[in-house]
Design a protein around this ligand. Sequence first.
Ligand code: SF4
Length: 329
Amino acid sequence: MGTILDIKRLAVEFHTNDGVVKALNGVDLKLEEGTTLGLVGETGAGKTTLSKAVMRLTQCPPGKIVSGEILYEGRDLLKLPKEDMQKICGKQISMIFQDPMTALNPVMTVGEQIAEAVRVHERLSRTDAVRRACEMMELVGLPAERLDDYPHQFSGGMKQRVVIAIALSCSPRILIADEPTTALDVTIQAQVLDLIAQLQKKMNTANLLITHDLGVVAQTCQKVAIMYAGGILEYGTVRDVLKHPGHPYTIGLINSIPKIHVRENRLHPISGLMPDPTDLPKGCPFCPRCQYAVERCQRERPQAQVLEGEHTVRCFLAGSRFEEEAAHE
Ligand code: SF4
């Protein structure tokens, strides 16, 4: 399985009145062909900034891509002329945003919106584009007869299906789904995630699924990257990371999920807050919240260490010690 997207040392800043927000601090991440990578982190960790940078949607100013590369099939997306990037976005790399209501145009029928997405990238007649729109509606489980309906005539879950139809209408090679179920009712969330997983297999896309939910990752992803304060703290197969977490933050995230078979009187959140991105710690970004921190953690930033195979962890003390302690919690 080859790497389709290779992000190297990506750094993004936002220049605000309160100072320089260091949103991404040297992110390294690989997405492999035909797989789903879960990108997990708290609000403000940099997940959406990362996905927008891949699509070249970073608003500049105040945002600025300071350094790094985003290699798609060996070409650096950050160096491509705007016209070339427009051909790639939507056609080869597509994105589903959090809120389907803001992603759809309220004054166009859903059929027109799907057909328009197709015609922007493919030279199809109007009739063929409408035919494709019908196929896409059926693919995402909506009746093709509803092609002439407007977004307000659909429920939230159905609207997100339309958004998925638009995103997949040109058979992209990469699909970025940014918290695609956050704006939906809990009962609908699982259906939409199932649909994304089924279509990933059917169309063999490489999916980058952004979420804060480790349960979603366990169900739908093959690889996972744990993001914190603009950096990747842990990366590996879902099995390795969830069964043998090597970073205290990942262990904290796993322990904060209530266990269905254990009677508990209270939840176990990770104490403290993510550091202020305008004033990040000099050393390990997790240091102020880490119960294992040693003196070195305050002054030096840990590099990624390989635990086993593809499983990497950014922690000076990465290894079995945390695992044993986590197992006893
Ligand atoms: Fe904790 Fe130090 Fe590891 Fe950071 S490097 S997670 S502070 S032990």
